[in-house]
Ligand binder design. Structure first.
Ligand code: SF4
Length: 280
């Protein structure tokens, strides 16, 4: 019943865009999880990925550039009964929004972040982002990108994320499985998705040549050391669950302020009279 998460709007992404694969995998995963549209909140940032909020039938919030995680954190703390999923792009999450990722990870706030990583600013027609490979010629790096790319998986692991995974938008069944596991995980789940930009950085062929599944090589996701080692691989591209561990979630360490959570508190009629008197 993935259709119940379909708004019926026709996506405006370019033909062949990796965002299509993520959209299909997400709708299928939400249906498999037995969720209803009213149970789910999707927060999206700025970039081509941000259109997800128009195509998934759920509560959606298309927020300002780089601020997916603060929004998602506030929503989850206010109403812990909701399933909160943030969608961000590599520009949104790793450039302007970078300050939020390590802190969401170390807090272990019980939300999922799915990063659509196409290694380029697609919406603004092809400039370099923090994950653009070194040497790559883009609109903003006409002599080749002089910077080493960021390693988001290594960063998430080092920041204390309790679930770290990577998927590929060109392998929808595998990605669906990863989204199901990420949403089921209790705590901060970080899912990086290789999402080729068909127009400005088409790497489908290269990814297909280099990709392999961690589970096919007996990877143990309980080992942080193994997860770090796999995250540092350069020649091949591992996908699957790198790391998963159970730890208390942020709300449990914050019960003095969050019990009951704000969304479940009775509404008290407020009078603006005293405030008016004070400032008039
Ligand atoms: Fe997708 Fe790239 Fe087109 Fe954006 S510019 S919609 S990322 S193919």
């Amino acid at each position: 019943m993935a259709e119940k998460f379909d708004t019926g709007r026709k996506p405006v992404w370019c033909p062949g865009c990796g965002n299509f694969g993520i959209l299909v995998a997400l709708r299928r995963a939400l249906a498999r999880l037995g969720l209803e549209p009213e149970d789910v909140v999707l927060v999206t940032g700025i970039g081509c990925h941000g259109r997800m909020s128009g195509y998934v039938r759920a509560n959606t919030f298309h927020t300002i550039h780089g601020r997916v995680l603060p929004l998602a954190t506030g929503i989850k703390l206010a109403n812990p009964g909701l399933t909160v999923i943030g969608h961000s792009g590599d520009g949104d999450a790793y450039a302007i929004g970078m300050g939020h990722l390590p802190h969401a990870a170390r807090r272990n706030i019980d939300i999922t972040l799915i990063v659509h990583d196409n290694m380029v600013f697609g919406l603004t027609t092809g400039q370099a982002t923090p994950t653009t490979p070194k040497g790559r010629v883009t609109r903003s790096t006409p002599y080749g990108n002089p910077e080493e790319p960021l390693n988001p998986l290594f960063l998430a692991l080092a920041s204390g994320a309790t679930f770290v995974a990577r998927g590929f938008s060109g392998d929808i069944p595998h990605l669906e499985e990863l989204i199901v596991r990420a949403v089921r995980h209790r705590g901060f789940s970080f899912l990086e998705v290789i999402q080729p930009c068909a127009t400005f950085f088409n790497i489908y062929g290269e990814v297909r040549r280099r990709i392999y599944r961690l589970e096919d090589e007996g990877h143990d996701p309980r080992s942080l050391e193994e997860a770090i080692r796999r995250s540092l691989e350069k020649e091949r591209i591992p996908v699957g669950v790198f790391f998963e561990v159970e730890k208390p979630v942020f709300r449990e360490n914050f019960m003095h302020a969050m019990n009951p959570p704000p969304a479940l508190r009775p509404l008290r009629p407020a009078s603006l009279g005293p405030l008016w008197e004070r400032y008039r």
